[in-house]
Write a protein that binds this ligand. Structure first.
Ligand SMILES: Nc1ncnc2c1ncn2[C@@H]1O[C@H](COP(=O)(O)OP(=O)(O)OP(=O)(O)O)[C@@H](O)[C@H]1O
Ligand SMILES: Nc1ncnc2c1ncn2[C@@H]1O[C@H](COP(=O)(O)OP(=O)(O)OP(=O)(O)O)[C@@H](O)[C@H]1O
Ligand SMILES: [Mg+2]
Ligand SMILES: [Mg+2]
Lengths: 254, 254
């Protein structure tokens, strides 16, 4: 089982869009996938057509109420893809988690006790570097960082890299990271300029696949369906399928 | 003194861009403005050309270390516009603020004790509905909600409206709100469709001024200068100037 956290403190860089799109593409490629919604906004849950206020259990039940993780798993409308829904209650974690002993390992321990049979676990994180994101990174093999080629998003990488170093030395020595360029507009001078800078600064730390702006990705959450179902022939569907192949190759090489 | 909080749990909807742009336009119109950076990302501080790691005091000093608010105020490169810088330490507030007695009034009390002489105080909030945002809304006259005409951003309004109702009944009965359409692309069908829905749902709760997509706004944080200095003749500069006039008229009518 390979676990990926989608995190960037910067808001609106396509963390959720990438989690749901990649999840669906991995499922289409025959992998068994569990999507985990750790954001109080519960956008990953919505993107899969599930109304967060109508579910019984969520990630908040696991983080705050010690529910065994298996009991929160729901099937989704996508075959090979299951979901642990999000809930606005998760925002309470920032206040209540840190007072617990070994709170950083809560999610990792919950996965280990559940002895799950998935090929991939994908966790969508909130736009913050708090105790929930810490839990996700401690439990992950890979931190996938959706990044817009814009100033604030690139500046956010500094703090995130400090976090990765700290987490590797204190909790999870095997954590690796990869940047993914999202919302990319090849006609935009700033996007071209900053993406070249990123590639030269991070070398192979930046994934080959680039996700360009595609308005079909704005439509798919309205339909509550991942892009490969809402617009299977779109450029975005093709780019996320390419990303799935790149991730599968990365994992099989590791 | 009129206080405005810029908040939306949804990330990347131009909260920071609106705070710095509107602040500069109000200052240009002769108003004395204080910009307050409540986001651990400290993007408002960066947008004004100040490096957050080099300042002595920040909003974290006020929220976590009881520094009198006046001592954290810095002049900015814009005349009539001062700044209280942000700091990554603010993220500790979610853990440490709620244990204090009357923590919700901390910022409001700090403003009252400082007896400031500004016409406007503008507060940029993090993409979260936690104790820092709660403090800002309790201290505000107006909640300005930058909103993208996209599904997740509009869904986020539900939770925010619940918060506004709760804050009005428990802490700040005079709190009002206004939505501002940002990052708007008039050629995009989804944007046109969802913005019409917003206007019919919220009536005059949506400001007349609409801020359209303008790549000059991506460039200005790189220059560390507000849009009216970086690109004074741009469409974005004109639209934020129009917003400043609309806000001045709203305040003078109130
Ligand atoms: N490639 C793309 N082309 C066009 N729109 C996109 C693309 N990727 C994401 N979007 C849209 O951009 C907005 C931001 O994306 P998303 O919500 O996935 O970001 P996020 O990082 O999860 O945000 P948050 O920080 O709030 O969790 C959404 O409205 C989404 O539909
Ligand atoms: N009208 C616009 N046209 C083009 N780009 C814009 C516009 N407004 C903001 N941007 C860019 O969009 C990105 C998001 O804006 P900004 O960072 O201000 O949003 P935010 O809501 O403050 O995000 P966060 O939730 O991370 O605090 C930034 O890179 C900014 O430069
Ligand atoms: Mg998200
Ligand atoms: Mg911001």
């Amino acid at each position: 089982m390979y676990t990926i956290a989608f995190s960037n403190e910067k808001g609106g860089v396509a963390k959720t869009t990438t989690t749901v799109s990649l999840g669906a593409c991995l499922a289409e490629a025959g992998r068994k996938v569990l999507a985990v919604d750790l954001d109080p906004q519960a956008n990953l849950t919505l993107a899969l057509g599930v109304e967060p206020t109508r579910v019984v259990h969520s990630t908040a039940s696991i983080l705050l109420h010690d529910l065994p993780l298996r009991q929160a798993i729901l099937p989704s409308s996508v075959s090979n893809l299951d979901l642990i829904p999000g809930s606005s209650e998760t925002s309470q974690s920032e206040r209540y988690l840190p007072v617990r002993e070994r709170y950083e390992y809560l999610l990792r321990d919950a996965f280990q006790q559940a002895a799950l049979q998935y090929d991939f676990v994908l966790m969508d994180c909130p736009p913050a570097l708090g105790s929930v994101t810490l839990n996700a990174l401690v439990a992950s093999n890979l931190l996938l960082i959706p990044t817009q080629a814009e100033f604030f998003s690139i500046y956010a990488l500094k703090n995130l890299m400090n976090w990765v170093r700290r987490i590797r030395s204190e909790y999870n020595p095997h954590l690796t990271y990869r940047l993914l360029l999202t919302l990319f507009d090849r006609r935009n001078r700033i996007h071209r300029l900053l993406s070249e800078q990123l590639r030269s600064n991070f070398n192979n730390g930046v994934l080959e696949t680039v996700i360009e702006v595609d308005t079909k990705l704005r439509e798919s959450p309205i339909a509550g369906a991942p892009i490969i179902f809402h617009a299977p022939k779109s450029r975005a569907a093709a780019q996320y399928r390419a990303l799935a192949q790149e991730i599968i190759a990365y994992v099989e090489k590791a």
